[in-house]
Design a protein around this ligand. Sequence first.
Ligand code: SF4
Length: 440
Amino acid sequence: MWPYYPELLTGNVPRYTSYPTAVEFHDGVGGPEFLKALDDISSDDPISLYVHIPYCQQICWYCGCNTGAASKTQRLTSYLEALETEIALIASSLRGRGKVRNIAFGGGSPNAIAPVDFVRLIDRIFTTFSCDSPNISVELDPRIFTEEWAATLAHCRVSRVSLGVQSFSKDIQRAIGRIQPLGMISDCLKQLRDVGIDAVNFDLMYGLPSQSSDDLSETLVTAVELQPSRIALFGYAHMPQLFPRQKRIDDSNLPGSAERFAMADLGYRQLTAAGYMAIGFDHFALPNDSLSRAVAQGTLHRNFQGYTNDNCPTMIGLGASAISNFPDFIIQNEKHPGAYRTLALAHNFTVSRGIRRSADDKLRGALIESLLCAGTSGAIPEHILDTARSRLTAFIKRGLARIEFESIVIQPDGLPYSRAIASSLDRHRVSGGKQFSLAI
Ligand code: SF4
């Protein structure tokens, strides 16, 4: 088992899906910077698109995503109209520059919209952007998955889907407000495989109310039997001050830090023993999955969706709260779907805040990404290493990290401390802030 040092896991630490993190965004970066970033894209630059659907048919109590109930048809229709307007506006600014290599639909639940609307969105993207046989991935809510959706995804040549599973335990499903029997997940999987979609991710969680290590172990056994190509195992982040819907969760029986640590350890041991390869600190993939190949080839990346083999330097976010990532800027769209709709339908860019990446940000961002993807930062300039060294003393003393040829190297026992070790390179973080989740 990994050695447990609670004193090294006390703070709240970013997940580093970007650097600087979203907490550093400010409203001094907006439309002009977005336009400049689009202007900087040249004809053959590979780009990725992220499309956000901020609606779900049923809201889960634990959810920390920017999403709301898809109960009003008019609201959905108007959102999709705004999204199409934004797609057209950005595509016309690019005038064919940039080749779309990846399109990811996330949310919320992209399958909260009608299949016909999904086809229409795909069609809009393909007819307005210059697409280069993009990989298309979609997050799905199994509770509202249908055969029609399976056929639609196949028709649109979707190659990868993510299913929100979290736990197979009925009691835990009740405690988090998300009831989905095993048969529902296995039917969904069968329908996807029947139409040729084999690349399926499961999202699972530990640290859920009343969850024990035995519960987690049973869920992992069932998950492995179903053989998804990837499993992401996240620690539940209970932050009701930020996500009021989490107030419905009984926090009197949330596992404590030691139990969460033991569950993360159990997940790692059980999934790697079952043939999955550990990808970074919270993903697992079958050996033939593209993430495992990316690890072997040293091409694993980390972006707003977590670990990825997407290597495009530019990602354009479409939809409310979506984040665009450019070499010099990170820019987020208006978060509130109502305000987003108003801006988009008036044919304005919908961006509201962001950050210009300084040379120092780019350097630290690359070091952090390398540390979290490859376990080693690569050579760190002396002025950054000096500070990092003193912040890492406790980790180095306990054999969790070492400094070797001016690089930070995470040791095997240091894997669960990865985010805390990476924060030694973060100039914005002296100690953890409340906006982030627990380090384990
Ligand atoms: S389906 Fe996913 S995005 Fe929607 S409320 Fe549940 S966890 Fe959140």
